[in-house]
Design a protein around this ligand. Structure first.
Ligand SMILES: [Zn+2]
Ligand SMILES: [Zn+2]
Length: 424
């Protein structure tokens, strides 16, 4: 996992640079595709994902080396041809995994976060799951194992394949000529993120678009049908941790509430969005009917709160980069504690963005825990070795977040009292 942390250390500044270019470009062209709170929520979701993934938490059903050992028909060397074959096989596996995530209720839970933004921009690419706790993706790599593709090739290609899906989340690039027939382009992926009936569940490819053309899920972007982004059952929160488990919670509630035993069992594996008839009647859910005229989620945050959210996110990002930089030194137990701080930070400031009163309690708890840890260890996970005043800065940071929480929850309380949540 340490190599993954290293790869991220290089990838993250690159992603941030591209994001800033997109925001700047949107600004000068007067076609801004970012909303502050939405982008903060997206980036924060990316932070939760990489932090969780770097720990390697989750149950892996079968590891690739084991699959290779059990099923390889031939043994091959890592020549350029093997790299090429492996890339195509990973992409093919990615297509089917993505299709499964879209089509089956229980699998949708770990993918809905990616579609939960009602905007479409580079930040939205960073909305990646933390609810993928059971690692079954390796099963889709059986063709690679049969062909004897070495483990190292898969280990190197998998993150490259994932990072290659970042660039096409933008509205600033039009159609790309002949490339539209080979790779997934921004135009095709706009269709994928759209909820227009003509577009939904289309273009499931990840790098190559040939699978969609082959298996009948391809749809090109049409001039007269501008894509409308989001999900049919809106998340209605900026909190990425909540979005990650919202659908699973709904399924659990429905399974509990339905009187039919058959429905209790089958709800998990029915098509995405399916609900038992009796709970549908008794507990209706808000669902977007008119995709061209729905109200996007927005909270009545003041400009100060928006800036504060950006500041909190930047501090959390800096903390996380330090965690990756000092990964080996911190040790596994220390990492678990560090990750808990990162998650609580994100939970706290996104709850504040949602204008939730309980945000103040989260901020209070985190600040006190942080201050106690610094008092007890005299350091912040080895930060003092890099900056002698590191732990002093952390003390200022924690006191600052506490004051920020109190300021917004009490001094700007008119925001919290005004309907709490407002849909624009
Ligand atoms: Zn998708
Ligand atoms: Zn996407």
């Amino acid at each position: 996992m340490e190599t993954y942390a290293q790869a991220l250390l290089y990838a993250i500044p690159f992603f941030i640079a591209l994001l800033l270019v997109e925001i700047f470009y949107g600004y000068v062209r007067n076609r801004q595709k970012h909303r502050v709170l939405d982008s903060v929520s997206s980036i924060s979701s990316g932070l939760t994902n990489i932090v969780k993934d770097s720990l390697g938490i989750g149950l892996v059903i079968v590891s690739y080396p084991l699959l290779l050992e059990s099923f390889s028909l031939v043994s091959i060397q890592a020549t350029w041809l093997v790299w090429l074959i492996a890339f195509v096989v990973i992409d093919f596996a990615g297509y089917w995994n993505h299709r499964l995530s879209h089509r089956i209720n229980v699998f949708w839970n770990q993918h809905v976060i990616h579609h939960s933004s009602e905007e479409f921009n580079l930040a939205c690419a960073l909305r990646q799951p933390i609810s993928n706790l059971i690692g079954y993706f390796t099963l889709f790599l059986l063709p690679a194992a049969l062909l004897g593709v070495p483990t190292e090739v898969i280990a190197i290609l998998a993150p490259i394949h994932l990072f290659a899906q970042f660039w096409y989340h933008t509205q600033h690039i039009g159609k790309l000529g002949w490339l539209e027939y080979v790779i997934v382009t921004p135009s095709q992926h706009r269709v994928h993120h759209a909820i227009n009936p003509e577009y939904i569940d289309k273009n499931l490819g990840q790098v190559l678009c040939i699978w969609d053309r082959w298996f009948g899920t391809f749809q090109k972007e049409l001039e007269h049908l501008p894509p409308q982004y989001g999900v049919l059952k809106p998340a209605a929160t900026w909190n990425p941790v909540v979005i990650n488990f919202q659908h699973l919670w709904q399924l659990t509630l429905d399974a509990w509430r339905t009187r039919s035993l058959k429905d209790k069992l089958r709800i998990w594996f029915m098509p995405t969005g399916w609900r038992p008839d009796d709970v549908k009647m008794r507990y209706p859910l808000r669902r977007i009917e008119d995709v061209y005229n729905f109200e996007k989620y927005e909270t009545q945050a003041s400009t100060a709160l928006k800036y504060y959210a950006v500041l909190q996110m930047s501090c959390t990002l800096a903390l996380m980069l330090f965690m990756f930089y000092n990964y080996g030194e911190i040790g596994f137990k220390g990492l678990l504690l560090f990750v808990a701080f990162v998650f609580t930070a994100i939970f706290g400031y996104t709850s504040l963005m949602d204008l939730r009163r309980y945000a103040i309690w989260i901020e209070l708890f985190r600040a006190l825990a942080g201050l106690l840890l610094i008092a007890y260890t005299g350091d912040w996970f080895g930060l003092n070795a890099f900056y002698p005043i590191g732990s002093t800065l952390m003390v200022i940071y924690f006191i600052g977040t506490l004051c920020g929480g109190i300021y917004f929850a009490y001094l700007e309380k008119r925001l919290f009292n005004s309907n709490n949540m407002v849909l624009k």
